[in-house]
Design a protein around this ligand. Structure first.
Ligand SMILES: Cc1cc2nc3c(=O)[nH]c(=O)nc-3n(C[C@H](O)[C@H](O)[C@H](O)COP(=O)(O)OP(=O)(O)OC[C@H]3O[C@@H](n4cnc5c(N)ncnc54)[C@H](O)[C@@H]3O)c2cc1C
Length: 292
């Protein structure tokens, strides 16, 4: 039996990954797998585990740089309806790991549930946001989690309750292969102006970051409470370019990829920024972006 016997309908070979990332660059996945059910996902994972095939999962691709040479093994993508549901029951919101974060934010605000509105303007999926505990202004997604359903690297489904989870800036203990569903509890807004607050946050955010249409990435983590963009600016790097990739002028922690850009340009620019910040400010910036 080959690796994907009986599962050929969900597998594509040598799939270009660029369209699945916000930078829109990078090579192919040897195998790109879009399971249609959680059982199918578990089956693929078990087979890969037995045969020693490398597995990765891509969500919205807004925090991943795929190298130009592509990636060996399997890249999983939770695009099927089985991972795209969203149900609201009072203050509880249960959502598939593949649901887009902007959709999740607007659905909760429509129901007058407060909390997720702080995540306005962050691209990606709910699963990706939970994996890295995404957030803004000290409001991270992890604080509202009640439980998450995951698929482990050995292909088992498991439930993780909030008291067994920990979240900190830019990371979470939810580092399983796949977060397939999560339940959140948000307090009902009593002030009654949630939509207006969301709009205000969105206006501020939009002024500080590239548009969703710009191929870009948010590259470094903030350092000891200081914004990475401000540190890069203080190091005198504003306007720096490497090949077809440049630092966004309004916040140089965003890299903008112009047509013809290569992942190698991004890697060289990362190296340059890290070295210069280290030399000029005596501190080491940590990557937020996942390098594949
Ligand atoms: C314009 C722009 C603005 C941004 N602003 C912010 C911001 O304000 N705050 C912030 O925190 N981040 C920000 N980011 C970074 C990024 O959008 C977030 O980290 C986002 O939550 C990543 O989600 P994703 O689905 O795109 O993850 P991906 O990029 O697809 O993946 C990132 C990591 O998460 C893992 N992953 C993805 N989905 C799952 C899943 N279902 N189960 C398990 N693991 C999974 C992947 O394997 C990978 O390791 C920004 C990025 C851009 C481009």
């Amino acid at each position: 039996m080959s690796l994907f016997t009986g599962l050929e309908h969900i597998v594509r070979e040598n799939e270009p990954l660029a369209p699945y990332t916000s930078l829109r660059i990078g090579g192919v996945a040897e195998y790109f797998v879009e399971p249609t059910t959680v059982d199918e996902l578990c089956e693929v994972v078990r087979r890969c585990e037995v045969q020693g095939v490398t597995m990765r999962l891509i969500g919205g691709g807004s925090n991943v740089l795929v190298r130009d040479e592509g990636v060996a093994g399997v890249v999983l993508h939770l695009s099927a309806p089985a991972f795209s549901h969203l149900m609201i029951d009072g203050e509880l919101v249960t959502v598939g790991g593949g649901v887009s974060l902007p959709h999740f934010v607007s659905a909760t605000v429509r129901e007058n549930l407060a909390g997720a509105h702080h995540l306005v303007g962050i691209p990606g999926t709910v699963g990706g946001a939970l994996h890295g505990n995404s957030g803004a202004g000290g409001h991270d997604i992890g604080r509202w989690v009640v439980r998450a359903t995951v698929v482990t690297r050995s292909g088992c489904q498991a439930i993780r309750e909030s008291d067994a989870l920990s979240f900190s800036y830019g990371s979470s203990s939810l580092n399983e292969l796949a977060i397939v569903e999560a339940t959140f509890r948000f307090p009902r807004d009593t002030a009654g102006d949630l939509t207006r607050r969301l709009q205000k946050l969105w206006i501020v955010k939009r002024a500080q970051q590239p548009t969703m249409a710009d191929p870009c990435a948010y590259v470094f983590k903030n350092h000891a409470g200081e914004l990475a963009g401000e540190l890069i600016e203080r190091a005198g790097l504003k306007g720096t370019q490497m090949g077809r990739v440049e630092l966004f002028d309004r916040n140089p922690n965003f890299f903008i990829a112009h047509p013809g850009a290569k992942a190698a340009d991004v890697l060289r620019l990362i190296e340059l920024v890290r070295t210069q910040v280290h030399d000029r400010l005596s501190l080491d910036l940590a990557l937020s972006l996942d390098l594949w």
